[in-house]
Design a protein around this ligand. Structure first.
Ligand SMILES: [Mn+2]
Length: 236
């Protein structure tokens, strides 16, 4: 059986001397029969599309708000312009490639949304205040802290086969206005968008939580990686 080659976008450290990816992505993908590779920061997106069967836009820090038409507020966190540049170009290119599955995790969901023309809350607590619940959990990262209601017949529903799933929550930003064609497929009970998929694309899915920290013990999170790898194997 074909072992899909999966590119993982990298984090960049503060001194911009190291690229890395959280180990859970690699372990989850290996466990599903894929071969994950951490990508460099490059503007040669066509070369990546040529070689890799699918891509994970990984978690990380905040996107420069200028990328979505806002000035940076004090509540926004640290930004990494070089990473924004590469990931936004990749996410945009992937939106036009139905044969290349894309999975966005946390920042990755936000990158997908901004690439499609949407925008973000720079800080949920500062901009939405008391009307939303706590999305930066105090529990350990591999424990669920809130529910996500799954949109019936959405891609997420096809993947997890559930009306509701329990997820961890390690974010301070969130999708505000959705980009073109990006449709919500999971929402928290306070109404915040927790998952979205690009209509017309077989597998362009972003989730606001971190399945790479839960997949070993949570069926719905393991199912996300399994379905993604299956889509990469099929080249759809
Ligand atoms: Mn959340």
């Amino acid at each position: 059986m074909k072992q899909p080659l999966i590119g993982l976008t990298c984090s960049l450290n503060e001194t911009e001397t190291r690229i890395s990816a959280y180990r859970g992505y690699a372990d989850a993908l290996l466990s599903c029969g894929a071969l994950p590779v951490v990508l460099p920061l490059t503007d040669d997106i066509p070369a990546l599309l040529e070689r890799f069967d699918g891509f994970v836009l990984t978690g990380g820090g905040d996107i420069d708000p200028r990328r979505y038409g806002q000035w940076q507020k004090p509540c926004c966190g640290a930004i990494t312009p070089a990473r924004d540049e590469m990931e936004l170009a990749l996410a945009r290119a992937l939106s036009e490639r139905p044969d290349k599955p894309a999975l966005g995790v946390c920042r990755g969901l936000q990158v997908m949304n901004v690439a499609l023309g949407g925008d973000l809350y720079q800080d949920i607590a500062a901009e939405r205040g008391a009307e939303v619940m706590r999305h930066r959990q105090s529990q350990p990262e591999n424990c669920a802290s809130h529910e996500v209601i799954v949109t019936m017949s959405s891609l997420l529903d096809e993947v997890v086969h559930a009306h509701s799933i329990e997820v961890n929550s390690l974010h301070h930003q969130a999708v505000r206005r959705l980009g073109a064609g990006f449709e919500p497929c999971g929402v928290a009970s306070d109404g915040l968008i927790e998952a979205a998929a690009l209509s017309g694309h077989p597998f362009y899915l972003g989730v606001q939580w971190h399945p790479e920290r839960m997949w070993e013990k949570t069926d719905s999170d393991r199912a996300i990686f399994t379905a993604f790898v299956e889509a990469c194997r099929a080249g759809r």
